[in-house]
Design a binder for this molecule. Sequence first.
Ligand code: C5P
Length: 411
Amino acid sequence: MVWNGRKLLLGITGSIAAYKSTWIVRHLKSKGADVQVVCTPDALGFVTPLTLSTLSERPVYSEFVKSAGGEWVNHVELGMWADLILIAPCSAQTLAKMAGGLCDNLLMAVYLSARCPVWFAPAMDIDMWKHPATAKNVKELTSRANHRMLGPANGALASGLNGVGRMAEPQELIDALEAHWASTNADVLPQATEDLRNKMVLITAGPTREAIDDVRYISNHSSGKMGYALAEACLEQGARVVLISGPVTLTPPQGLYAFVAVESAHEMQKAVESYRTKFDIGIFCAAVADFRPVHKTTGKIKKQDAVTRIEMHPNPDILAEVGRNKQPQQFLVGFALESADGIAEARRKKSTKNCDMMILNRINNKGAGFGADTNRVTLLSALGIRELPLASKKDIARDIIQHLILCYIPS
Ligand code: C5P
């Protein structure tokens, strides 16, 4: 419980103690934490990204730009994602950069962008540790709010010398984290920054049902879980949330500004229309049925009627309509569920529906899609294309909202 859903960014720097970081990742993961590793370029001389990404189940970042594809790694977003940054081992060089605010690698950019607590575990030789320059840097860092130093320990050093400078033992670091998180309320995750305070967010969620007669309908397998998780993530950020939901079995989250239960696409369209000029951010997560029967039969069609065809009519595209009438201060988010050529299709939909952000779900992704508790999505926005790793829909929702906050420029 203490660990569940905790987001730890582990910074690894160039020190022989970096091999122990693999153990830290392994144990944090087994306890239930979400671990994102960021290495300095020097750290990669000691540990491989393959080992770390396999253990953390996330890509490992060390450069501002991913070499394959030239995609930019968003350091601000990484800094905001983390509940806590642990730099272990923290070399004399990184210690000095942190103290001086130098920003010549990704880890330093993440450090400078972070709002969360920063812990660091120095690791260096005894004379480097004793040097007045290091002592000055340590004094500076430990005087900063939210900073905490763990270790260094006394013992055998890689140089063959004995003394202070060893990285604190990994188990000690994990015990310190556990004690820290146990002392905060384990159920409150993470500290809400309330970046959406005073903003109205409209969310459509779930499927729609298009009636054939009074007992039968056409629908899809949407569970509403993603939309409801997004509603919760927006509430955490202090937003006034209007949730317009098709028929699902979920309980609406506490604290909504409004909840509107609808059945058909037409009802959903009407509900959206009544808030169309009022909301700041619209997240269109619903799996709206594309067609509806032209005639709805009153009562129940009898088996003897031997219906072999149902004439269908296209439903209104609610998001496209809102997009056409979008007001300058409004920010629109759409979802695209695609099988093949996902990015191109999502890009096309983003543009034709006049969205600011499109969230791509791939039908064939393992652990993703309708009904699942996990999801794997790709975000397309003004900040470029960003892949989110497989995670719970709750965590994905929080990541989406963090990304949205970065893209959204309030008027
Ligand atoms: O066109 P497609 O169904 O893939 O569009 C996906 C996006 O458009 C989703 O955000 C969905 O909620 C929205 N949509 C809508 N009304 C429709 C169809 C889709 O709002 N009739």
